[in-house]
Design a protein. Sequence first.
Length: 618
Amino acid sequence: MKSGAGASDTRSAGELHVLATTDLHCNLLSHDYYADRQGTAAGLSRVATLIAEARAEAASRGAACILVDNGDGFQGAPLGEVLPGAAGPHPLVRAFQTLKYDAAGLGNHDFDFGLEALAEMLQDMPCPVLCSNLSAADPERVLPFAPAAVLDRAVPSCPDLPPVRIGLISVLPPQTLVWCRQVLGGQLQAAGIVEAAAEQARRLKAQGCDMVLALAHTGLSGRAGSDSSENALGELAAVAEIDALVGGHTHLTLPDPEHDFAKPVVMPGSHGSHLGVIRLQLEYTGSGWQAAAGSASLHAVARQQECGGAQPLAAEEPGLVQALAEDHARTLERMREPAGHCPVAMHSYFTFFAPDRGLTLAACAQAAAARVLLRGTAAEGLPLLSAAAPGKFGGRSGPQSYTDIAAGDLCARNIADLQVFPNELRAVEVTGAQLRDWLEMSAGLFNRIVPGSSGQRLTDPQRAGHNFDVIFGLSYRIDVTQPPRFSATGELISPEARRITDLRWQGRPVDPGQRFAVAVNSYRVSGGGRFRMLEEAAELALPPVRIRKTIRDYIAGRLPPEPLAQAPYPWRLAPVPGTRAVAVTGPGAARHLQELPAGMATPRGFSSSGFWELDLQL
């Protein structure tokens, strides 16, 4: 209690603790469903232990406490793929019920299955579900989410004072309507992130909210002057009416030493890797509470050890494990279903510098299915290519996130390991010029390597590996000494640059006006990855079929043999004599090092984040 000159100046102090998760991608239990391995993964069941500890700390300090989630929770792991007719709520909803979440914002991936499917999943949610910058195109339509919510929470340290009134808003990339246009079909309209958040925050403050918390499913724009319409967390932090923010979407961990905000901002990683905690110091002035100061911190499920060594994981919370036991059992049964046979091992450890057999299988299955589906159409006579990109490549998901499938009999979990997201098969008609730019955009993954240098990292960690499309049916080289032609958002930044060299089809140079049909996934055709050269490409009509099904049908012999399977791997890095670069991969790569040409890669050891580094001869 602070004392002033008179009763009207008397102030009372309290605290509000905001506990936050984001980008769970339905990674709810510590089970690796792709490897069928228990207890080695992060996940919400381990974060739940951190939640219990944080709630206990808040109680010991007499602080008000709320638990929120920031979107992209419903899909991304096998546990979230609920079959039609499954009993009970979605596993994520069941988890939120068990842990007593207070509010949830939506992310772009939550719309991947359409508005009706989302409404069905949300009907049992135990808390308000929010999205402030999407609205119905038809004003008469009732949406399954709200633009804002208000929570009143008592401050235990000040029992005689009114509760603190917390306004909550939620925003996500407006590009969601492009990425999900196949399933949303014009049912929604989007406003800009910053504009919508500022409007809702002002409205909540005008309605008497003491503070506003933004559940911002958006990250930091990568470079000054780049397009911030998707990643606007920095701009949001400058909105005066917002007191604290939970970020997401880009799977970063904030706060960190590189970014400084004028107010508390937290982004707790992804897949249940961290719990974010915002602590707001409150003052009650007689007319209401206000945030006097605040801090943000991260709590990792990998516990730090003072004496070094391996980092043990936080224990799984037994109540959540029990609540999800039936969902877990059904998922295991489904993932263990037989799916065929493969005579060779498949993995993605070397996918950015050497052939990837898993990528080859996926591309050939896509092409085999597309050939059948395009029979009798005008596109049947076009040369058929197939574009595929890795789904598990380490990156922000960590050093264990690589496809690794042994030779032999396969089951459903192996197919899911090859295709992490349940994308559908699409086909587009493109020109040779569009094809070349498509590959240039993919080649933006690589850093520009200085000839004669050593020690530079081969790939740019700011570029997502799932945007590295390999186009089968062609042959080409990638010259990493050249600058990238396109930015990560698809802007032409180096008009004279050409990383793609010696581009050929059936041994002949690709003509800019030549036309091709390309089998590809729905994510890319819907705008995922900002491949702007595909916006003008004509989409070829195909009936809906998931790529996982095409792979199962292909390896089971239900699709005809694919000619692309007999062709050499499409690309390789152009030689740069006397130059070495650092390739980053997972520890499991050590079992496959003999697959690489002698002298190509020399182990360097492990990075501080657990990745295995290879010194690569270019």
